[in-house]
Design a protein around this ligand. Structure first.
Ligand code: GLU
Length: 287
């Protein structure tokens, strides 16, 4: 059974890029008669808030999305991430690190080479040692062959402030939720090979990936909550917004019009959805 998910971070309201991503992951899951899950990635507490968690859930409801389970809120499942870290430490695939952020910017961390000198009374992070057997590429269902461009030798699993990093939480939950394909924006394509390695280190075969076009604010920046992208529901009616997002994804909209309810628009879009016509660009500039 296909299991897909949409995994927003509640650091702001939904913007048009998040809508395209939610819609793309929804259409693929529903077209494949799979299950569709909503996961709220709220571990970065300084950036996320329960207010935005509630707001995003409400906004997705207004846009007509439905799920096969109640939303999975990462901050309520902290133990799972610490268990994964224990396993990686035990298998020597993770290590303790006293490097400051400033130091990490200057040079790569090599704390794995002198674990006996790490002071656990000082703030410490835990890092994943990316294995030398890392794949040089993976095949993305939409983007095709994607070469690995990530050259660092380690990534953060747990920050010194005790916050679990996105890459670990995402992989742990995709495994626990039985996700069979990750559909998300192309901004995360470069870290995918490392996430696939993490899958293997946690004893699982990596799953399939489909990276959707990224909606750009300008030639260098994606639309993002951090760049204060306009909340999408402030810009148009939910029905018009769904239509716009469907057009961006290149879904046939001939029999879809804004007088239909959001649920009807989504249902018709699932019927019309055709993988071959899905927009394969990795970036899209809106006019
Ligand atoms: N939470 C991530 C974001 O909002 C998405 C993670 C993912 O889909 O893997 O950018």
């Amino acid at each position: 059974m296909y299991i897909g998910r949409f995994a927003p971070s509640p650091s702001g309201r939904l913007h048009f890029g998040s809508l395209v991503c939610a819609l793309g992951s929804y259409l693929v899951a529903r077209k494949r008669q799979g299950r569709f899950l909503l996961r709220i990635e709220d571990l970065d507490r300084p950036r996320c808030s329960d207010f935005f968690t509630k707001t995003i859930i409400k906004e997705l409801e207004i846009l007509g999305f439905d799920y096969d389970d109640k939303p999975y809120i990462q901050s309520l499942h902290q133990d799972n991430y610490f268990d994964a870290i224990d396993l990686l430490l035990k298998n020597k695939q993770a290590y303790y690190c006293n490097c400051t952020r400033a130091k990490l910017k200057e040079k790569e961390c090599n704390c794995n080479l002198h674990q006996e000198t790490i002071d656990l009374n000082k703030p410490y992070s835990i890092r994943y040692q990316i294995p030398s057997t890392l794949e040089s590429f993976f095949i993305d269902e939409l983007q095709g062959k994607v070469e690995n461009t990530f050259t660092k030798s380690s990534i953060t699993l747990k920050r010194a402030d005790n916050i679990i990093a996105y890459n670990l939480a995402c992989v742990v939950d995709d495994i626990l939720q039985g996700v069979t394909q990750v559909v998300r924006g192309c901004d995360l394509i470069d870290i995918t090979t490392t996430q696939r390695a993490l899958y293997k280190s946690l004893g699982h075969e990596p799953i399939s990936y489909l990276h959707l076009p990224l909606i750009m604010a300008d030639s260098e920046h994606k639309l993002s909550k951090q760049n204060h992208a306009t909340p999408v529901l402030d810009t148009d009616t939910p029905e018009n917004l769904l239509l716009k997002a469907l057009k961006v994804l290149k879904v046939n909209c001939e029999n879809i019009h804004p007088q239909m309810s959001c649920q009807k628009i989504l249902q018709t879009a699932v019927d019309n959805f055709n993988f071959d016509s899905l927009n394969r660009k990795n970036r899209i500039f809106l006019d």
